[in-house]
Design a protein around this ligand. Structure first.
Ligand SMILES: [Zn+2]
Ligand SMILES: [Zn+2]
Length: 411
């Protein structure tokens, strides 16, 4: 099971705390649809990444075994210090490539698709980036950094990066020039001209200062969060694959191998896309759809179900066949996609969601899920399904909001 999963209760507690503090300060930091989307993307990314991570760790271990240049003693503090600096250095280059290579941007863009910046944004992680990023850390395996050290350092780095996603911590003086802090990571998430392709660091910001990608947050120009080509959707599936579809279309339109390779490997800003007719200029509008009366209760309940199913999947995964795992994962993904259709006021979204809830009754009643947990867990799950159906009835009765989306001036 992914170790990060154990940190999720703490992440959620800090998100709740950030929300309460922001309310007290009368500072709007969270929007309902955006936060739910970030969390659902994060929950699913943990299930997918847990499998992909195992594969990358397997390859890493193989390289250590076959070609390690040195043998390190785990008790020697030097191995931990060297590993920390090496990991952070390669993280910088992996992250920079994630922004400056079109194929990798297609994956990393998910993390930047939120037009808010808060602790829930930290959890909005790509479902596919583990396919690519392990390659960047292989030099650590080649010098023989043991797998255990690599895994622990990677985990600590991921945990560290959580706190840098907040608007509630201001500038921190000298720390902003040594470490990745909320101030310099806010710039990284900005779509202002001075923020584009800046501050790639994971734990240390010194790499950006060394390689010319460092910028300081400006008091005279507040950061506008998001990407120059906005996602304009609450759908986690579209968020994860939209740029791949554009990439595929652009590759098909490109004439000749050289042009096709250019589409795949050139920086996103240099790739002339077949579909993107909008000028890549800063706009200060954010994607917004109406929050109807019952949406918050249904949205949080449905997200709780997603988290419960993710935990259940990770619990039973070792005993499942690969097709069964895939089917389970697809069903969780469908949960989030169905919810986003309600958020976006799509036609028949509520009816489709009700149909999905009915389908979920099957594995629950048949005892496929939450087995052999005590019956009370299954009864509780059944209760949640009944409440979900009742809420869907109320959502349907209230009518779906217009599918037309509302643009809102960023604060
Ligand atoms: Zn980034
Ligand atoms: Zn970030």
């Amino acid at each position: 099971m992914s170790l990060i999963l154990y940190a999720i209760p703490f992440f959620l507690a800090f998100i709740a705390l950030e929300y309460v503090i922001s309310k007290r300060k009368a500072q709007q930091v969270y929007r309902f649809h955006d936060a739910v989307t970030s969390l659902n993307i994060g929950f699913i990314s943990e299930t997918i990444r847990s499998v992909l991570k195992l594969m990358s760790i397997f390859v890493y271990a193989l390289v250590v075994e076959q070609v390690a240049a040195f043998e390190w003693d785990l008790k020697n503090p030097a191995v931990w210090i060297v590993a920390f600096f090496m990991y952070d250095f390669f993280y910088y280059w992996a992250h920079r490539s994630g922004h400056e290579v079109n194929l990798l941007w297609a994956s990393h863009v998910v993390h930047h698709s939120s037009e808010e910046f808060n602790l829930s944004t930290a959890l909005r992680q790509s479902w596919t980036n583990q396919i690519f990023y392990w390659i960047f850390y292989l030099p650590m395996a080649i010098v023989g950094i043991p797998v255990k050290v690599f895994v622990i350092i990677a985990l600590l780095s991921a945990l560290y990066q959580f706190w840098s996603h907040t608007r509630l911590v201001g500038k921190l003086g000298w720390a902003d020039r040594i470490f990745v802090t909320p101030s310099n990571h806010r710039c990284h998430h900005g779509r202002n001209d001075y923020c584009i392709d800046k501050n790639y660091g994971g734990t240390l910001i010194i790499w950006d200062r060394m390689f010319g990608t460092y910028t300081e947050e400006r008091d005279d120009e507040p950061v506008i969060y998001g990407t120059l080509t906005p996602l304009n959707s609450w759908n986690p599936v579209w968020g994860n694959f939209k740029n791949y579809t554009t990439l595929w279309r652009d590759m098909r339109h490109a004439k000749g191998l050289h042009a096709k390779l250019h589409v795949v490997f050139a920086p996103p800003g240099l790739v002339k896309t077949s579909t993107d007719q909008t000028p890549l200029a800063l706009n200060t509008q954010r994607f917004e759809t109406p929050v109807t009366r019952w949406q918050p209760i249904y949205g949080w309940l449905a997200s709780g179900v997603v988290l419960a199913l993710v935990i259940e999947l990770l619990r039973v995964a070792p005993d499942l066949s690969w097709p069964a795992r895939l089917a389970f994962t697809c069903m969780i993904v469908l949960n989030t996609a169905g919810l986003s259709r309600i958020f976006e006021g799509r036609a028949n979204a509520v009816k489709l969601e009700a149909g999905r809830c009915l389908v979920m009754l099957g594995p629950l009643v048949a005892g496929v899920w939450f087995y052999p947990l005590p019956p009370v867990v299954r009864v509780g799950a059944l209760g949640v399904l009944v409440v979900s159906m009742a809420l869907l009835y109320l959502l349907q009765r209230d009518g779906t909001p217009s599918a037309e989306t509302h643009a809102m001036e960023a604060a």
